[in-house]
Write a protein that binds this ligand. Structure first.
Ligand code: G3P
Ligand code: CA
Length: 423
């Protein structure tokens, strides 16, 4: 533990006379000259507190209250206001004395943040600081407030930057002049056996921009494409997907109730990615997230097929989306939910999602506007009827998932509105 130091121990006072070379032709000293002096004084103070190397991280605020003239004796008083783990805020007061009259003016104040560095240039711990006087305690309290505001501001800027890119990235999947990204649900589940290759191909033939599919892990840990936790509804087999090996699953006919398409096999995620590469994008729903390894294996497969820029991971399990982001910060994610949360943006922020994916019937135009203002995309499911398509169009959403891409692609007017991009 580094020993605490008092504010007094590192406080400095530094004076300098302003010369003609510091000023403009009318004798006013350049702001930049004062700023350099402020940075120097604050840097000396920070270094004295740490007794080691420091570097300016930011000049948080600097106000020029009165002009400074050639011939003024400028005095800078710098002291450490507060410290964080590896950084410290230094406050500087600048005064100018007319040496002919002896009148002293308060000309500038500034707050700067410095980071302490070790021998290899990495941030190192800063000794704690002890405020002794009332003035030092007040300055410390104010510095803590500024620090909290700074952190809030940094987070907001980071979130905005990330999310602005998010919506733009998702909208880039849209074909020219289309009002939204068209996604085929489980392929084209209204026209072919869901989550099979024939369904995926049908969706592409019907004009989708991306194919949605669901993933679970087999008993032997292979990501496979199937919606339910059991094979009962969509295949001629019985039992939980997690209880069957890949070899056992591959023996099943996944044509479900569809007679017209012949026998179908449950695809592995690997096979789906291989098929999609260069053909379409994929919206991969992480379904069987209760099995450890699903997220990691899904991301491994995506990487293997170089499809990172062409997939979006979605899930009702927002912890799974967080995990995906932790493994790969560049993967695009969408948070599925039902109902109407009071603060959908907080819901997205909590798991770092780029898009919010509600059921189309629970979204309002106000929600869409608020989500867009936050730079996030809105992708709704599952829109199949004419009235639903009209409603989604009117809402101005960014993505529409449908069982019947042929119907949506046909219904959407050929001359389309370009949606405004985030400001
Ligand atoms: O696209 C979202 C949608 O697929 C979520 O519901 O049950 O069809 O997977 P579900
Ligand atoms: Ca799904």
């Amino acid at each position: 533990m580094v020993e605490a130091r008092t504010v007094r121990e590192s406080r400095i006072v530094m004076s300098q006379v302003m010369l003609p070379g510091d000023a403009n032709p009318f004798g006013n000293v350049h702001g930049g000259v004062i700023m350099k002096l402020v940075d120097t004084a604050a840097g000396v103070c920070a270094t004295r507190h740490v007794r080691g190397q420091t570097v300016t991280a930011r000049i948080d605020s600097m106000s020029f209250l009165q002009p400074v003239y050639v011939g003024d004796l400028v005095t800078l008083k710098a002291s450490v206001n507060d410290v964080g783990r590896t950084s410290m805020e230094v406050g500087v007061r600048v005064e100018a004395e007319n040496i002919l009259t002896g009148v002293v003016r308060h000309v500038s104040s500034a707050h700067l943040v410095f980071v302490a560095l070790d021998q290899s240039g990495r941030p190192r711990d800063v000794p704690p600081i002890v405020a002794e006087t009332d003035d030092e305690k007040r300055r410390m309290a104010e510095a803590k407030l500024r620090r909290a505001n700074r952190q809030r501001g940094d987070e907001a800027v980071r979130a905005m930057r990330a999310s602005t890119d998010s919506r733009a990235a998702i909208l880039s999947w849209r074909r020219p002049d289309a009002p939204f990204v068209l996604v085929g649900h489980r392929g084209a589940a209204g026209s072919a056996p869901e989550n099979t290759k024939v369904s995926f191909q049908r969706a592409v033939d019907d004009g989708v921009d991306a194919v949605e599919l669901d993933v679970h892990l087999t008993r032997d840990g292979v990501p496979v494409v199937i919606h339910d936790h059991t094979v009962d509804r969509t295949t001629n087999g019985h039992g939980a997907v997690s209880a069957l090996t890949l070899a056992e699953l591959k023996l099943l006919d996944a044509a479900g109730g569809w007679k017209s398409h012949g026998e179908q096999r449950i695809p592995t995620l690997d096979e789906a990615l291989e098929w999609a590469h260069g053909r379409t994008r994929l919206v991969i729903e992480l379904k069987g997230t209760e099995r450890p390894g699903l997220v990691e294996k899904t991301l491994d497969a995506i990487r293997l097929h170089s499809m990172l820029d062409d997939v979006m991971l979605i899930s009702f399990d927002h912890f799974a989306l967080m995990e995906a982001r932790e493994i790969n910060k560049d993967v695009c994610t969408g948070a599925l939910y039902v109902g109407r949360p009071a603060d959908p943006i907080a819901l997205a922020t909590a798991c770092g999602a780029d898009a919010l994916c509600p059921h189309w019937s629970s979204v309002t135009t106000e929600d869409v506007a608020a989500i867009h203002r936050a730079g996030l995309a809105v992708c709704v499911w599952t829109v199949n009827e004419k009235a639903e398509i009209d409603a989604a169009m009117a809402l101005g959403v960014d993505g529409v998932t449908t069982d019947l891409p042929e119907r949506v692609a046909f219904t959407v007017p050929p001359v389309r509105t370009i949606l405004p991009m985030p400001e």
